[in-house]
Design a protein around this ligand. Structure first.
Ligand code: NAI
Length: 341
């Protein structure tokens, strides 16, 4: 479909808006002067009715952009779905194509932000700095229970070496680890610095630490399950900063109970859309799996904060607005990785 050129301030509706989204998008809108509507609610079949005369909807990781929502967006004449994130497993791209709605994303805003958070999780779980912080504030200077291990010389398995996995592999390489990697497409630059591409099975069998950086799709859903866990070393450390459903949470809980998994760091959780990005401190949480996970002393949960740096939020706002501008004016985006449909 040929896009009509829009010269009067297009309207962009943001869903799942947090105060920091508003701050960064308003700041960088000075150059674009779009009309911005901010909704705190997640986009779904009910909340889609909130929009009024909107050209673009801007969504985040837990917004539900399924066929029904897209149909309603098409009825409201929405032209663009702009994801302000990299992952797009929550959008029905085929349905968007059917309705001639363009879909764009921010393919790489700060891979280092996520890679550095994965490393922070490893160091925290290993050296228990979160416990040490609380202890010394209570004048408890004992070291009992804080014993860690040298990361230097350990084998780290990286699954998915795209933008984030590559940045992460470089970091662990710098720590003196032996780095094993699995990806559908090996990265030559990583091979040159000594990263070895191996089979998934070898990663599971030989790694002391496994970090997930592949996207969520039909092939990777529940990649970590009771069978793959059984191949792993006893006391393995597992880190997931990618998407919750890469892990079968029940199987991981079982392996934590048995001591097979020695450490778990997750920034993402399969049922996170009901919990993350909100303050539930006064609520009764009905999700027993997350409650069980949080009860283990060797589990660290962060609430999808790996991307959350000043540099990343700046890039997200700039790239999102540039994507929208390109689509509204040329019906295309120069950066092909940003255009999904
Ligand atoms: P990317 O697209 O640059 O890299 C993904 C890599 O995974 C590619 O090299 C691809 O070939 C590989 N891959 C695809 N299927 C695979 C499979 N079956 N097994 C192994 N590797 C496979 O994506 P990027 O930017 O590195 O992001 C990775 C993921 O991180 C995203 O899909 C997203 O889910 C997650 N993410 C999480 C954030 C957070 O705040 N926690 C922030 C940004 C992204």
């Amino acid at each position: 479909m040929k896009n009509t050129h829009i010269t009067i301030k297009p309207k962009v509706a943001f869903f799942s808006t947090q105060t920091y989204d508003k701050t960064f998008f308003e700041k960088y809108n000075l150059d674009f002067e779009y009309q911005l509507d901010f909704f705190e609610s997640q986009l779904n079949e009910q909340t889609v009715t909130l929009i009024n005369n909107v050209d673009v909807v801007c969504v985040f990781v837990n917004d539900i952009v399924n066929a029904e929502v897209i149909k309603q967006l098409a009825e409201q004449n929405v032209k663009i779905i702009a994801l302000r994130c990299a992952g797009f497993n929550n959008v029905d791209l085929e349905e968007a194509k059917k309705h001639h709605i363009k879909v764009c994303r921010v393919p790489a805003y700060s891979p280092e932000a996520v890679a550095e958070h994965a490393m922070a999780m490893i160091l925290t779980l290993n050296r228990k700095t979160h416990k040490a912080y609380n202890r010394v504030r209570e004048q408890n200077f004992s070291l009992n229970g804080l014993l860690g291990f040298d990361l230097h010389g350990k084998t780290v398995g990286v699954i998915g070496t795209g933008n984030i996995g590559k940045a992460f592999a470089k970091i662990v390489n710098g720590f003196g680890c032996k780095v094993l990697a699995f990806d559908l497409v090996p990265d030559e630059e990583l091979e040159k610095i000594g990263v070895t591409y191996v089979s998934l099975e070898t990663i599971f069998k030989e790694s002391d630490v496994i970090s997930l950086h592949c996207p969520l799709n039909e092939k990777t859903k529940y990649l970590i399950n009771k069978e793959t866990i059984s191949m792993m070393k006893n006391n393995v450390m597992l880190i997931n900063t990618s998407r919750g459903a890469l892990i079968d949470t029940s199987d991981v809980i079982h392996a934590l109970k048995k001591g097979k998994i020695g450490y778990l760091g997750i920034d993402v959780y399969e049922q996170e859309e009901k919990l993350f990005f909100k303050d539930h401190s006064e609520d009764i949480i009905e999700d027993d799996k997350i409650q069980r996970l949080m009860s283990f002393p060797n589990v660290l949960v962060t609430a999808h904060q790996a991307f959350f740096t000043n540099e990343a939020l700046t890039q997200i706002a700039l790239v999102t607005f540039n994507n929208i501008e390109s689509l509204l004016t040329q019906n295309d985006i120069d950066n092909k990785a940003a255009l999904l449909a």
